[in-house]
Design a binder for this molecule. Structure first.
Ligand code: BMA
Length: 763
């Protein structure tokens, strides 16, 4: 007896061919005869990106170097054809499905000359049954629309006026009018940290799945945790049956990160021909729960679903499952119209310490597991427990979420909508249908990952002006998931994007005025290390800084203003060092402020963790994966246990007074008995003041534990060193540089800017 089971034939690799043809009069009209007009073919790689293939072929230069990107914009004025030949044989009774997990952005797919479909959207997988068209040697064509054709309908007079305003005042989002009409990575149209690179390509995996007569389309496991002793997994299984047939469905739940006797649950079902959804409940006694790494272990199960027809395995799918619940609890003292902002995992409140995540590459096709691993390891080592996958970017590839599941890093996932200040996303039926379809695909792709704890409609647009879009997104998350909170847009109803510092050019102490219930964005630009700059700024433009700096997003006025705190000399090294110190200092002020406000503020997410191309921007880790000095500081400040000093940010002088409240913040879920907190003031002559206390630190807490009033000795340079020692081991450190730098050499209030921004975002 033969056993038919799932076989996956990967179509990834560098044996594809690629050719381009100018857009012509009606690029939306696909005709395979277009292939005949292609003069030159190139080798192509999947997953990948058309510009990468052209780069390898020597047709364009690396768009990430200097101003090169400008010269590759012609690539968008062609339609592109990807071709691949491959052998495939299936046994009688087997079925084959072609699955394209992500094609960017409008595509037409032909298999052995048969049109399989036309598709708009880069996030939804395309699944086509190819059984009837199979031959021993097969030919696949994927046509991709040239991005230059992605223009919205002709704007009305009112829309044109708002577009003009947007272009005038909102540099990052201005480049192409078609952006708001697409559900394509919004950043690819050009942003204030990303180049205009309206990517095209097969950017995620491509494969053929071979199954028996019943094909598993989706396996969705929704956990319910009753208490420490009892949990359940609600499983919904979407099956596609070739004919009406009885079948046997078996689920096996095994421990993946721990030893656990696997349990198998069997059911007999009657299937109708076509696609159908079946629901089951698996009880899990004595569950091992999934926690963020700082609250417990991120334990995972492996759920396998097997479907048998006439005793033979027809299809098998495995998904990782984490048992955990997510709810949001209100913040104490919050205004009555605020949303609840405290992440509550398995009934325990968790303070979010993290950053905003943007795509790892502006050519996302080349992002590999290894890229994700390096960056996520850095996030974990920086003691982050949450990343906000920002709405101007992507739903990342599967590896990103797998790694977050394993590392115990929570993910706040946004849908791909961002920054509509004067203008707005369309509200017509066609657009809403597209937005809902792509967002549903995102939910279906990510919903099994325990790390994903929050759906958010997107970044920076007024909720009032986007009711139809937000209603559609709320509906989608409820129907396709229903196990996680949905929040309309960030910022709204209590979280803050605090840009009075940096965009408003206010001084750092302004951060301490932010009363956010969750601080979801704030940041400062800093150049990467000089060695990194040399990789993408041509030598003659390094110093004095040339045009390439601005093209890679350096905002000179603001960079100079904040770097001035440290009086840099007029040379590259000195300027880079001063900017990096300013970034680290500003972030320190904000982070400590919000951690001291624990649960009045329930989280702190720095803008931004990474960057998608080599840039001078707000990132903590540059494109080459080199952390900036701010990263090291954050690693210390995100220690779940932190001693923080609250003191006035002024220019200190010898003989002056340093007056500070001493705070102790503990994000661990357990009390820490027998801790000694030691604080020392170091001056020119060594230690000149010392304070210490012994205490038991309560679990999950923030409290004032002392008050320092110290006279500063002679000199201009004082350092405060803080440590917490438990059983002879240093478990937390912090430090403050009180050197006589004026923290506000050129003050501006920044409040007017903050007010305008809040009006535009409808907050
Ligand atoms: C934020 C983000 C981005 C932007 C960043 C820096 O508000 O949401 O749109 O890149 O500011 O300006």
């Amino acid at each position: 007896m033969t056993t038919l089971a799932r076989k996956i034939i990967s179509l990834n690799g560098d044996d594809w061919k690629l050719g381009g043809v100018p857009l012509g009069n009606d690029p939306w009209l696909a005709d395979p005869r277009e292939i005949g007009a292609i003069g030159q073919w190139h080798q192509a790689t999947v997953p990948g990106n058309i510009r990468l293939d052209l780069m390898r072929a020597g047709i364009i230069e690396d768009p990430f170097y200097g101003l090169n990107n400008q010269a590759s914009q012609w690539v968008d004025t062609c339609n592109w054809w990807y071709l691949k030949d491959f052998p495939l044989e299936i046994a009688p009774g087997e079925r084959a499905h072609l699955v394209l997990h992500g094609v960017d952005y409008v595509s037409w797919v032909y298999f052995n000359g048969h049109p399989l479909g036309q598709h708009e959207g880069m996030f939804s997988p395309q699944v086509y049954e190819i059984t009837p068209f199979l031959k021993a040697q097969n030919h696949l064509d994927v046509r991709i629309l040239g991005s230059d054709a992605l223009r919205g309908p002709r704007p009305t007079l009112g829309q044109r006026w708002r577009l003009w305003l947007e272009q005038r005042f909102s540099e990052p989002v201005r480049r192409y009018p078609g952006r708001l009409h697409t559900v394509k990575c919004q950043m690819s149209f050009g942003w204030d940290f990303a180049p205009p690179l309206r990517t095209m390509g097969i950017w995620d995996d491509a494969e053929v799945i071979i199954s028996g007569p019943v094909f598993i389309r989706h396996l969705f496991a929704r956990p319910v945790v009753h208490d420490d002793n009892q949990a359940a997994v609600h499983v919904s299984l979407t099956l596609d049956a070739a004919t009406e047939t009885p079948a046997e469905v078996a689920f096996t739940l095994a421990g993946l990160t721990f030893e656990h006797q696997p349990r198998t649950h069997r059911h007999t079902v009657a299937l109708a021909p076509g696609v159908q959804e079946l629901d089951f409940t698996l009880n899990v006694p004595h569950p091992r729960l999934w926690w963020s790494w700082d609250r417990g272990r991120p334990d995972l199960y492996l759920l396998t679903a097997e479907v048998r027809v006439a005793g033979q395995v027809s299809d098998v799918v495995s998904e990782r499952v984490g048992l955990r619940t997510v709810t949001m609890s209100p913040n104490p003292g919050a205004p009555s119209d605020a949303a609840p902002w405290t992440f509550t995992i398995n009934g325990q409140t968790v303070f979010a310490r993290g950053a905003n995540w943007v795509p790892v590459d502006s050519l996302p096709g080349r992002a590999t597991v290894d890229d994700y691993r390096k960056l996520l390891d850095l996030a974990r080592q920086a003691n982050m427990n949450m990343l906000r996958v920002w709405g101007g970017g992507l739903r990342e590839k599967r590896a990103f979420y797998d790694l977050c599941d394993e590392l115990g890093i929570m993910v706040w996932q946004e849908f791909p909508f961002a920054c509509a200040f004067f203008t707005q996303y369309p509200a017509d039926e066609d657009f809403l249908r597209l937005a809902a379809a792509e967002s549903r695909a995102i939910v279906e792709t990510l919903r099994n990952h325990p790390s994903v704890v929050f759906w958010c409609g997107g970044n920076e647009f007024a909720p009032q002006r986007h009711r139809p879009l937000l209603d559609a997104l709320a509906r989608v998350t409820n129907e396709a998931d229903g196990s996680r909170p949905f929040h309309p847009v960030s910022p709204s109803f209590g979280d803050s994007h605090f840009w009075a510092v940096w965009h408003g050019q206010a001084h750092f102490s302004e951060y301490t005025r932010d009363q956010a219930l969750l601080a979801s964005e704030f940041g400062l630009q800093a150049p990467p290390a000089v060695e990194s700059l040399r990789n993408f700024i041509p030598p003659r433009q390094l110093w004095p800084p040339g045009q390439a700096w601005t093209y890679h997003h350096a905002e000179w006025g603001k960079l100079r203003r904040y770097a001035a705190i440290f009086n840099p000399a007029d040379d590259l090294d000195s300027f880079v060092a001063a900017s990096q110190r300013a970034q680290a200092w500003g972030l320190k002020v904000a982070i400590e402020h919000h951690r001291r406000r624990k649960y009045h503020c329930s989280g702190v997410l720095v803008w931004q963790f990474n960057e998608p191309w080599p840039a001078i921007c707000w990132s903590l880790v540059d494109y080459y994966r080199q952390p900036k000095p701010a990263y090291e500081v954050i690693q210390q400040l995100y220690n779940p246990l932190l001693v923080s000093l609250a003191y006035p940010l002024v220019l200190y002088r010898a003989g002056g007074t340093f007056d500070a409240e001493v705070w102790l913040i503990n994000d661990w879920p357990r009390p820490l008995p027998g801790c000694r907190v030691e604080i020392e003031l170091h001056g020119a002559e060594g230690v000149c003041q010392r304070w210490e206390t012994e205490m038991d630190v309560p679990a999950d807490s923030a409290q004032i534990i002392g008050h320092l009033v110290w006279k500063l000795p002679g000199g201009t340079c004082w350092q405060v060193q803080v440590r917490v020692v438990q059983q002879g081991r240093v478990i937390s450190t912090n430090s403050y540089d009180l050197t006589a730098y004026d923290p506000h050499p050129t003050p501006r209030s920044g409040r007017f800017w903050a007010w305008v921004a809040s009006k535009l975002m409808g907050a």
